[in-house]
Ligand binder design. Structure first.
Ligand code: COA
Length: 330
């Protein structure tokens, strides 16, 4: 049995924070942020948790497919900003959504979370373990970003993207292959030092701002270009694909210069690259499903289009999925 994405939905909070907002609060400029990252604005949620970003995205996804939450077999939430350490955000989404027949779990792979989750969802459908998997990629990064650190504060945003994965009607379409890598040597290049079992929350950890994202930007930048290009080249080679066969490359949206460098290495023109980080910044596990949902809503994917998703993130983690678009234009 072949698995396919059969519905999409996304949600971003309404409050827009242009680069000018940071010019007022930090030693930075709109020109620096735009030229070094490609980001013009992002959304931050004023209230609520990651599950509150997911629920409206999931409702739109299920409405688009015309099924009720009760028809979902499994909820997977890819996130690095769970509502709480325990229980899983998937359990909270299940309740808020009314997906009363679903089981589910969270998946931690930071910016590669959606791609890893899509591999898991695909295997569940292929094996017959589930008929419908609601795969959510969502992060409320404003809850873990240090507003006083100009090197990270400007990069991230809040958002959620959701897809439904079910059996494909046409065996020639759907999710065809994947390549996933991991290199744990990257542990501290991008991490949140405290709050887990290695360093539980304490007065010291709060005073020393250790519950925020800490990043070695240039190291992550170099690793991201190489790592994303590697998984993408590997999947093209394995499937005997030339760059001209690819209708769309959907890369994780962290930095426009990373995306441009990867696209250049692959020989894919930017007119065939899904790009929305100018509007949302890096929404971590949400970037790829928000891109899929926006492009699908706009009718930019044609049935049968060969699409490659590519991600790189903390861990280090990297992953690529090759699929042929199985949905009709809206
Ligand atoms: N405004 C102005 N200057 C800033 C700044 C900001 N918001 N953030 C950093 N700088 C400064 C640095 O302090 C540094 O100054 P110095 O030379 O006096 O020390 C200078 O800009 C260059 O810093 P550097 O980190 O080398 O810049 P960069 O060109 O590598 O860009 C990132 C920084 C963070 C945009 C870039 O490294 C990046 O995108 N890395 C990957 C991030 C990522 O993708 N993370 C998610 C995981 S996929």
């Amino acid at each position: 049995m072949r698995a396919a994405i059969t519905a999409t939905g996304h949600y971003v909070p309404p409050d827009v924070y242009p680069n000018a907002y940071f010019e007022r609060n930090l030693d930075t400029t709109d020109a620096w942020i735009q030229s070094r990252t490609g980001i013009a604005e992002r959304r931050f949620a004023a209230t609520g948790a990651t599950s509150d970003l997911i629920v409206p995205a999931a409702q739109r996804c299920l409405e688009g497919r015309g099924i009720s939450p009760a028809a979902v077999d499994c909820v997977i939430v890819a996130t690095m900003t769970p509502d709480r350490l325990c229980p899983s955000t998937a359990a909270i989404v299940q309740r808020k959504l009314g997906a009363v027949n679903a089981w589910g779990f969270d998946l931690a792979a930071a910016c590669s979370g959606f791609v890893y989750g899509l591999v898991v969802a695909t295997k569940m459908i292929e094996s017959g373990a589930a008929r419908s998997v609601l795969l959510c990629g969502a992060d409320r990064m404003s809850s873990v970003v240090d507003a006083q650190d100009r090197a990270t504060a400007v990069l991230f945003g809040d958002g959620a993207g959701v897809v439904l994965v079910e059996a494909a009607d046409d065996e020639s379409l759907g999710i065809l292959d994947h390549v996933c890598h991991m290199d744990g040597e990257g542990e501290t290049a991008l991490h949140i030092p405290a709050g887990g079992s290695a360093q539980p929350a304490s007065q010291h950890s709060v005073t020393h701002r250790q519950h925020y994202v800490v990043q070695d930007g240039p190291a992550v930048f170099r690793a991201a270009v190489v790592g994303m290009a590697e998984v993408t080249q590997e999947i093209l080679k394995r499937n005997d694909l030339q760059q001209q066969d690819i209708a769309w490359l959907v890369p994780h949206q962290a930095n426009r210069r990373i995306i441009e460098a990867v696209a250049k290495r692959l020989g894919v023109g930017l007119e065939r690259v899904v790009l929305n980080l100018d509007r949302y910044g890096n929404t971590v596990a949400a970037t790829i499903p928000i891109g899929l949902s926006e492009w699908n809503d706009a009718g930019r994917f044609a049935p049968g289009d060969r699409i490659v998703l590519s991600a790189f993130g903390a861990g280090f983690t990297a992953g690529s999925v090759y699929l042929r678009w199985a949905m009709k234009r809206p």
